[in-house]
Design a protein around this ligand. Structure first.
Ligand SMILES: Nc1ncnc2c1ncn2[C@@H]1O[C@H](COP(=O)(O)OP(=O)(O)OP(=O)(O)O)[C@@H](O)[C@H]1O
Ligand SMILES: [Mg+2]
Length: 154
């Protein structure tokens, strides 16, 4: 199941993230793929808004992970493994997060933890186009991911 969408601005990307975020119920794993500055963290800000999180999402580049509380009891765990050759102790933390049915797990630069990602992962690839617009490819390998892609495609 795949779906493509083009957004013109960062605000539009956040709005798309909000649409996806309102459909998250907990237990989802989302892998964000794209170059530096593509908009992975910007999209995550939208996901958080959509989940009702009021705290401002900040890039976890230096902390590797940040967790935010949503008003409905769900949480958003945001990981960034940029330039990491070994995720170390974070592998165990990530694995635990992904098994938590109340947790939405979002990962930037996930290659180093590829082997622990579930089959049911929603992959969102962000392509930067020459005019700075972004083309997004949403792709799901499992049931919860497919449901979200279908709803966003409506
Ligand atoms: N059409 C657009 N969509 C999204 N972001 C845009 C767009 N045009 C410009 N931008 C800018 O691009 C930047 C995207 O930065 P962001 O931190 O979200 O990228 P990232 O993919 O998380 O990068 P990194 O890999 O370094 O973490 C923001 O400064 C945003 O304002
Ligand atoms: Mg980022």
């Amino acid at each position: 199941m795949t779906h493509e969408v083009v957004v013109q601005t960062a605000d539009e990307l956040i709005a798309l993230g909000e649409r996806i975020g309102t459909r998250l119920t907990g237990g989802e794993t989302i892998e964000l793929i794209g170059d530096i500055g593509a908009g992975k963290t910007t999209l995550t800000k939208g996901l958080a808004h959509g989940m009702g999180i009021v705290e401002e999402v900040q890039s976890p580049t230096f902390t590797l992970s940040r967790v935010y509380d949503a008003p409905n009891g769900c949480r958003l765990a945001h990981y960034d493994f940029y330039r990491l050759n070994d995720a170390g102790i974070m592998r165990a933390e990530l694995t635990e997060a992904m098994q938590d049915v109340r947790m939405v797990t979002v990962i930037e630069w996930a290659t180093v933890v590829d082997d622990v990602l579930p089959n049911d992962v929603l992959q969102i690839t962000i392509h930067v186009q020459v005019d700075d617009t972004r083309r997004l490819e949403l792709s799901a390998g499992g049931d919860s991911g497919k449901r979200i892609v279908q709803e966003v495609a409506k």
